[in-house]
Design a protein around this ligand. Sequence first.
Ligand code: DGP
Length: 113
Amino acid sequence: MENCLFCKIVNGDIPSDKVYEDDRVFAFRDINPQAPFHVLVVPKKHVASVAEIDKLEDSEVAACLRAVAKIAADASLSGGFRVISNCGPDACQSVPHLHFHILGGRQMADKMA
Ligand code: DGP
């Protein structure tokens, strides 16, 4: 989609620190990491958020979550990790292209919000 930041990253128009790519998914390090390991996993097809997940094929949704698991395993996050997808203004979503944050490398707070 034109003028979507993450579409531009997926297309290579904006540089990123890529950690994974396949035909459906792109993943890159967050520019403002909130943990020692902070990667964003996005579907290549533009949808705004989880609220629009019906616009993706099931295989595209599955590919995102399989990528999350693979990236976490490759990073040896043996102590665990957190997966977050902010959706809409109440959740402080700042980029309206579906993305899953993978946070790891330290003990997370007990409370999620
Ligand atoms: P959210 O607030 O859930 O929409 O998260 C958006 C994330 O995107 C935020 O943690 C910072 C990250 N981000 C914003 N702009 C860029 C960018 O240009 N490059 C990278 N790598 N990350 C970005």
